[in-house]
Design a protein around this ligand. Structure first.
Ligand SMILES: [Zn+2]
Length: 488
C-alpha cells in the first residue's frame, strides 16, 4: 500500500450537475468550512419540507396557491422547450486549466481549477398551473391523510383509476425569480407561544401525464385533454428526454428529483409484502398498504407497522471510477458495448449487497478489464435520474505494473479498454467540454500536443460531456487534483 499517488486533497469539491445544477463549478468546502465562493449563491434547490408531507392541510394550501408550479412529465420525459440551435463550437476560449502546456498533473503544485465556465442552457421547463390540470387531479389533499387511508378503495382510488402520480417536490425559497407583486406561498407552524416556524416560497409539484396500461379509458382521455391544453399553452414545447439537456442550476435539480419519484410510483402498483394494491400517500413521496380495503379488514402484511424499503423510493448505488496506473500518468478508459461507437468513459457498475464502495470498485474493475486496483479513494457523487441512481465517483490506482495488463475475457461488457496518457485524455476532455467530441480533428491540429501514434486514435474516441460525473473524475486525475501528499 505504498507509493500511491492517490490522496484526495479535500480541497475544492466538484459540483455535480444533477445535485447542484449545471454550472460545473467548484466551491471551497474544506473541513474548516471556508466561505463558499461567489458561485454558491446560484446553487438553488428546493426546500423539500419532508416533515410536512403527511400534513394534507399544508399540501392542499400549497396546491391551491396561485404561484404554484407544476412540472410535467410523460413517459419519463419532461415537458420542456429546447434550443437545439445553440452553437457549441463557439463558446469562447478553453478554461485556463485546459492549457495544454501544463505537464504538472498529479503533482502537489498542479494548479487547481477554480471553476469551469458554464455552458449555455439549452432547455427550460414549461410549467403549468392548477387550472390547466385540475380536471385531472381533482382534490387529492382535501381530507387528512388519515381519513383518506381509512376510505381507501383501490377500485376507485388506485393509481390509474381516478388517480395520476402527483408529487410534492418542495418550495423554492429564493423569491427573486417570482413576480414581486404576487404574494408568495406561506405556511406557519405554531409550536408554542414563542416558537413559530414559517416557510415562505413558491411550491412545486411534479405530475405524470403518461398513459399506462393500468389506466382506465376515462383517465387516459383526461390525460390526453390536459396534454392538448398544455401543448396549446406552449406550442414550441415537447416531452423530450431530459438526461443530456443542460438546464439551469435550479431546473437540473428539479429534474433529478421529479423523475425518480414518478418512475418509482409508476412501477410499484402492488405491495411487495402481500400483493395488494398500494396507496400513494405523503404527497406522492410514500406508498402504503392500508389495513382496510373499502372498509374490510385485510390479512396481515409484513410492511405494516414498521419502516420498510418497500414503501419508500429507492436509490440504487453505483460506483464509477477513474483508474490510473502505478506511475500516475495514464488513465484507463473503455468502450462499453451499449454506448455509441466512439464513446469512451470510466468503468462503472452497481454495488452489490455486502460490498463496500472500495470493494465494488476493485471487483468491477477486475471483472470488466482484468486490471487489479489497490487504493480506492471516493472523490465525488452525483444523482443520476436514470431512473434513480446515485453515482459514487472514485479514483483508483494499481499498486504495481503487474496489475495493469488488460483482459476483457471475464465479462463481455466492454469492447475495448486501454491506458491513455493524461495529455491525450486532456485533449479529448477539451473536445467534450465544447461539444465538439464527434468532429474530426483538422490536419496538424493536435500533432504538436500528443504523440504521433495517438493522433489517429483521437479521432476515434469521444469522452462524455461536463454534465457527467465521468467527466469530473477524468478531469480530476488528468489535471492533478489527486495528489501524493495527504492534506488531512
Ligand atoms: Zn401489503
Amino acid at each position: 500500500m505504498s507509493d500511491h499517488t492517490l490522496v484526495n486533497k479535500f480541497g475544492p469539491e466538484p459540483i455535480q450537475y444533477f445535485s447542484l445544477g449545471g454550472k460545473f463549478q467548484h466551491h471551497q468546502k474544506s473541513f474548516k468550512q471556508q466561505p463558499q465562493t461567489e458561485t454558491a449563491s446560484s446553487l438553488r434547490k428546493l426546500n423539500r419540507l419532508s416533515f410536512l408531507r403527511d400534513n394534507y392541510a399544508f399540501l392542499n394550501s400549497a396546491l391551491h396557491h396561485h404561484t404554484t408550479r407544476f412540472v410535467l412529465f410523460k413517459d419519463g420525459n419532461p415537458f420542456i422547450e429546447t434550443n437545439d440551435s445553440s452553437d457549441l463550437g463557439s463558446l469562447g476560449t478553453y478554461p485556463n486549466h485546459f492549457d495544454s502546456s501544463s505537464k504538472t498533473a498529479i503533482t502537489d503544485s498542479a494548479e487547481v481549477p477554480k471553476y469551469l465556465p458554464a455552458r449555455p442552457v439549452d432547455a427550460v421547463f414549461s410549467y403549468t398551473d392548477l387550472n390547466t390540470i385540475s380536471s385531472l387531479i381533482g382534490e387529492p389533499f382535501a381530507k387528512s391523510e388519515k381519513e383518506m387511508i381509512a376510505e381507501w378503495d383501490p377500485k376507485l382510488h388506485a393509481l390509474g383509476q381516478e388517480t395520476v402520480s402527483l408529487v410534492f417536490l418542495g418550495i423554492n425559497e429564493d423569491l427573486s425569480s417570482t413576480n414581486q407583486n404576487s404574494q408568495a406561498f406561506e405556511w406557519v407552524t405554531q409550536h408554542s407561544d414563542d416558537h413559530v416556524d414559517r416557510y415562505i416560497g413558491q411550491a412545486y409539484f411534479a405530475l405524470d401525464l403518461s398513459s399506462q396500461f393500468h389506466h382506465t379509458p376515462a383517465l387516459s382521455k383526461k390525460i390526453s385533454q390536459v396534454i392538448t391544453a398544455v401543448e396549446k399553452q406552449y406550442p414550441t414545447s415537447q416531452f423530450v428526454m431530459g438526461l443530456k439537456r443542460r438546464f439551469t442550476v435550479f431546473e437540473s435539480s428539479l429534474f433529478a428529483q421529479a423523475k425518480p419519484y414518478l418512475d418509482w410510483l409508476s412501477r410499484n402498483l402492488f405491495c411487495g409484502g402481500c400483493g395488494n394494491r398500494q396507496m400513494i400517500i405523503n404527497g406522492g413521496n410514500k406508498l402504503t398498504c392500508p389495513e382496510t380495503v373499502a372498509g374490510a379488514k385485510q390479512p396481515f402484511c409484513p410492511t405494516r407497522g414498521r419502516v420498510t424499503n418497500l414503501h419508500f423510493p429507492r436509490t440504487d448505488c453505483c460506483v464509477i471510477m477513474a483508474v490510473i496506473n502505478k506511475k500516475g500518468d495514464k488513465v484507463l478508459l473503455a468502450h462499453n458495448r451499449r454506448h455509441p461507437n466512439k464513446r469512451y468513459s470510466c468503468l462503472a457498475g452497481f454495488i452489490e449487497p455486502g460490498e463496500s464502495i472500495e470493494d465494488a470498485v476493485r471487483r468491477e474493475v477486475w471483472e470488466e478489464s482484468g486490471v487489479k486496483v489497490d487504493r480506492v479513494v471516493p472523490f465525488t457523487t452525483q444523482p443520476w435520474p436514470q431512473p434513480g441512481n446515485i453515482m459514487i465517483g472514485c479514483v483508483a490506482q494499481c499498486e504495481s505494473i503487474e496489475d495493469e495488463p488488460i483482459n476483457l475475457g471475464h465479462d463481455p461488457e466492454l469492447t475495448h479498454a486501454d491506458w491513455f496518457p493524461f495529455d491525450f485524455t486532456r485533449l479529448l476532455l477539451e473536445r467534450a467540454y465544447h461539444g465538439l467530441e464527434l468532429q474530426p480533428f483538422k490536419d496538424g491540429e493536435i500533432s504538436n500536443r500528443i504523440e504521433q501514434s495517438f493522433c489517429q486514435t483521437a479521432n476515434d474516441m469521444a469522452l462524455p460531456g461536463p454534465e457527467t460525473i465521468a467527466f469530473s473524475l477524468i478531469e480530476a486525475v488528468v489535471n492533478g487534483r489527486v495528489t501524493s501528499t495527504p492534506k488531512i
